[in-house]
Design a protein around this ligand. Structure first.
Ligand code: HEC
Length: 299
């Protein structure tokens, strides 16, 4: 009977596949067993240990849980919820483990998120700040996710000596202040990004931090100036000057004169040894991190 023969060959195929699968599973079990007995057991609070203990119940070793759950390693994962740290952390800390949300500590969610991104080859540590003068401030803010980096060629870069843009400064500032993000989506400003930084800029507008330029632009990609930063700090901290600004290059009547005097007198943001403030000068991402750090960690 030709029909039966067909079934028989399917059966053989299936048995073969089953043997293969079992073999592979056995092999990987054996492999991880030997790795562990060789003394490479991950520390209990490492991302790897948390992953093994809390995630592999559903997501199997290569990330695919019995075909039921999304694969956590691979192209789809990299392009989806594991595309970057913020996305992955938000999803994992809110939705995973699915049967028991919020069951891990924040540090554990952070560690497992980093580990999982690492499995996908996505860098999670800044690689260009270790020896920088502002590394302490940058890394502290980075750990709190106040500041972020650029992913380039498999590396995460802070680019500390690059000028910071107006949009970046506002994003970091609003995050540092932990303000509730506005629900407002409309604005008179004509050049805001449609997504991403838009909500941070609108939140800053709502909190009276910024207004934009008289021509109704915000110029998000322009580098922010020292005078603009002084104005933002003075507004956000409600600083009033106790006297005129004592800088040779800040004339009375300059639009940010009071703000500059106020931030200097409160020692939040000062001038240079030569008695100048250099209001039109742009500031680097490292300098911005130092200012935001000082603001949120008063000594
Ligand atoms: C109880 C089973 C279960 C556990 C435990 C579990 N997951 Fe999941 N995971 C799921 C299911 C189901 C989905 C799909 C849910 C969805 O898409 O909303 C999922 C989806 C995900 C996704 C999104 C994948 C994608 O491509 O969309 C990530 C990332 C993830 N899990 C990470 C983790 C991590 C990390 C842990 C351990 C801390 C974990 N999961 C523990 C069941 C589980």
């Amino acid at each position: 009977m030709p029909q039966l023969r067909l079934k028989k060959s399917w059966l053989i195929l299936l048995t073969g596949a089953a043997v293969l699968v079992t073999g592979t599973l056995l092999q990987s079990t054996l492999r991880s067993d030997t790795a562990h007995s060789a003394g490479t057991e991950p520390a209990a609070d490492s991302g790897e240990a948390i992953y093994e203990q809390h995630c592999l119940v559903c997501h199997a070793a290569e990330g695919q849980g019995a075909g039921k759950y999304p694969a956590l390693v691979g192209e789809a994962a990299r392009k989806g919820r594991l595309a970057n740290y913020d996305k992955a952390y938000a999803f994992i800390s809110r939705n995973m483990p699915q049967n028991n949300p919020g069951s891990l500590k924040d540090d554990e969610y952070k560690a497992v998120t980093k580990y999982l991104l690492g499995l996908n080859g996505i860098p999670t540590d800044l690689s260009d700040v270790a020896n920088h003068w502002a590394s302490k401030e940058i890394l502290a803010l980075f750990d709190k996710r106040v500041v972020d980096g650029y992913t380039e060629n498999g590396k995460l870069l802070f680019k500390p000596d690059q000028f910071i843009t107006r949009a970046e400064f506002i994003r970091y500032f609003v995050k540092a202040k932990e303000w509730y993000l506005t629900n407002e989506t409309q604005s008179d400003l004509t050049d805001l990004p449609k997504a991403g930084d838009r909500v941070y800029i609108l939140t800053a507008v709502e909190n009276g931090l910024i207004e934009g330029y008289p021509d109704h632009t915000f110029r998000p990609k322009a580098a922010i100036t020292r005078a603009e930063i002084a104005a933002i700090l003075a507004r956000s901290e409600l600083l009033k000057p106790t006297g005129p600004a004592a800088f040779k290059d800040v004339s009375s009547g300059f639009w940010a004169e009071e703000a500059i005097a106020a931030v200097q007198q409160s020692q939040l943001f000062g001038g240079y040894e030569d008695g100048s403030f250099r209001p039109a000068q742009q500031i680097t991402r490292a300098e911005a991190a130092a200012v935001i750090y000082r603001l949120t960690n008063p000594s």
